[in-house]
Design a protein around this ligand. Structure first.
Ligand SMILES: Cc1cc2nc3c(=O)[nH]c(=O)nc-3n(C[C@H](O)[C@H](O)[C@H](O)COP(=O)(O)OP(=O)(O)OC[C@H]3O[C@@H](n4cnc5c(N)ncnc54)[C@H](O)[C@@H]3O)c2cc1C
Length: 479
């Protein structure tokens, strides 16, 4: 008799190791049908952006390869409705259950709830697991049982129960039982996730997009980077951060795997610097948790301020300025280097993300949503929770203790965090002839290589932004 298989629905958890839905399916000892469904119905207003699609394309290929090495394979489906595709697959395979790891974006939650209700009514067993967060967003609460809106108390509460327990390994060969007959499948290439342009290939070339590639980067973090993380993490000219963000975004690594590896490196060392670096790094992972906590409890925040209102802010409608910002031609070297790094690699250093975001909002007076959307389309790690947190921080209306009147000076930020100008030289070749003294503040006229003059004068722009914020403050809860 054919045994009814379990469908494991892969989404943002594209790995075999520490994948709780896959593990639970293996424990049933039934055949397993791993599936990826390409459908926008769980994405709401945020369908996957261009760079993220490129990353996903390669991540699916590598997942399929890993499954094949275990005697299984990835079944690929596409359609307007994930539920309809799953139902078809259940009808074709006679599956008894569908297991998946949860997502926490508002549209995904709504879609998944509807899928669970419908499949349960069909008599199919549905099981959902947490495979992408260290803490369930609803499990962390203030003493009054409310969600946190400030990071430090959230962090302290999390640290009272630090994530314990090692991550689980990948299923051994033989544990992934194949079904009697494989259902039909599209090829991954048929999903046309890559734009077929040199841009997509160029972005992908900057990343080893595979589970082993992600693990190599994690080992590098634990062996080398973590010792200097505290002192170097703000330096875009150095390879000082983990660059694990796209792997966490698509789940080629689980946060538990990362947490556990860094915590082990911490306990194995006698070096104070390494311990401090590990603590600082783990704290960043909690920022990611905090971002999800906020998105879960305040699902309107991808488009609405968390705090106060910026309705009275005199946002400019200046397409040309937006284009210059996107293209990295504002005439401010650190801003332009960041925007060009983003376009070329699908990633930008965190310090520079803060600088370019501040520049868009507070120097150009362009609405933060323009920036959030551009990042969404160009980041390989585009993540609704983290991106929303970052942009609301920049706009001064988010969950942070930073007052809105802190406005980055792009010149001094460059001088401080890229002291030799190496980062600017890497991404703005027009300025390579300049020395460390002038590279962040080239003379406004007659700049080398046709590099543009400053799009605005920072001092005047800052004063204008401050005046605008003062007006908003009177009308809202900005602090
Ligand atoms: C305007 C703006 C937009 C951003 N958009 C995104 C985004 O779409 N996706 C994204 O993953 N990150 C985003 N970030 C956060 C941060 O810039 C990136 O997570 C980080 O640069 C990724 O590089 P890394 O992996 O080397 O970081 P590391 O310094 O090595 O940090 C390790 C991990 O911690 C998490 N982390 C670090 N900093 C933050 C932070 N400030 N907020 C939340 N999580 C953090 C990430 O998962 C990261 O991979 C944004 C920040 C800003 C200011």
């Amino acid at each position: 008799m054919n045994e009814a298989p379990i469908i494991v629905w892969f989404r943002s958890d594209l790995r075999l190791g520490d994948q709780p839905a896959l593990r639970a399916a293996c424990e049933t000892r039934r055949p397993i049908v791993p599936v990826y469904v390409d459908s926008d119905d769980g994405e709401g207003d945020w369908p996957l952006g261009g760079a993220a699609r490129v990353f996903l394309h390669h991540a699916l290929h590598t997942l399929d390869d890993s499954l094949k090495r275990k005697g299984s394979q990835l079944v690929v489906r596409a359609g307007d409705s994930a539920l309809a595709e799953l139902r078809r697959l259940i009808a074709e395979t006679g599956a008894a259950g569908v297991y998946w790891c949860k997502r926490y974006e508002p549209a995904a939650i709504a879609r998944d709830d509807a899928v669970q209700t419908a499949l349960t009514a069909d008599g199919v067993e549905v099981r959902r697991f947490n495979g992408s967060l260290l803490y369930e967003p609803h499990e962390v609460a203030t003493q009054q049982g409310r969600p946190y809106t400030v990071f430090t108390p959230y962090y302290k509460t999390c640290m009272k129960t630090p994530p314990l327990g090692g991550p689980h390994g990948a299923p051994r060969k033989g544990r992934l039982r194949a079904p009697e007959r494989w259902p039909r499948s599209l090829t991954i290439d048929k999903l046309t996730l890559t734009p077929g342009l040199p841009w997509g290939d160029a972005v992908a070339s900057h990343w080893p997009i595979s589970e082993p590639g992600a693990k190599r980067r994690l080992s590098k973090l634990c062996d080398e980077l973590v010792g200097d993380y505290e002192s170097v993490r703000d330096r875009p000219d150095r390879d000082g951060t983990s660059r694990l963000s796209p792997y966490l975004r698509f789940g080629l690594l689980s946060p538990r795997q990362v947490w556990s590896a860094v915590a082990q490196a911490r306990s194995a060392t006698r070096s104070n610097a390494k311990r401090q670096g590990a603590d600082a790094y783990l704290r960043q992972l909690i920022w990611r948790e905090f971002a999800y906590h906020l998105l879960y409890h305040y699902p309107q925040t991808p488009t609405e301020p968390l705090r106060g209102t910026l309705d009275r802010f005199p946002w400019r409608d200046d397409r040309a300025a937006l284009e210059r910002w996107r293209a990295g031609r504002t005439g401010y070297p650190i801003v332009d280097a960041g925007m060009r790094q983003l376009w070329a690699t699908g990633w930008m250093h965190n310090r520079v993300r803060m600088v370019v975001a501040s520049f868009l909002v507070k120097d150009l007076l362009l609405h933060w949503s323009h920036g959030a959307r551009w990042f969404w389309d160009t980041l390989v790690d585009a993540d609704l929770a983290n991106n929303t947190l970052g942009w609301q921080w920049a706009a001064g209306c988010g969950a942070d203790a930073q007052p809105y009147f802190r406005i980055f000076n792009p010149t001094t930020q460059g001088q401080r965090f890229d002291p030799d100008g190496a980062y600017v030289k890497a991404w703005v070749p027009e300025l390579r002839s300049l020395d460390a003294k002038t590279i962040h503040d080239p003379p406004p006229l007659g700049r080398p290589g046709g590099y543009p003059g400053p799009i605005v004068e920072h001092g005047a722009a800052r004063a204008e932004a401050l005046a605008a914020y003062e007006k908003c403050k009177a009308a809202s809860a900005l602090t």
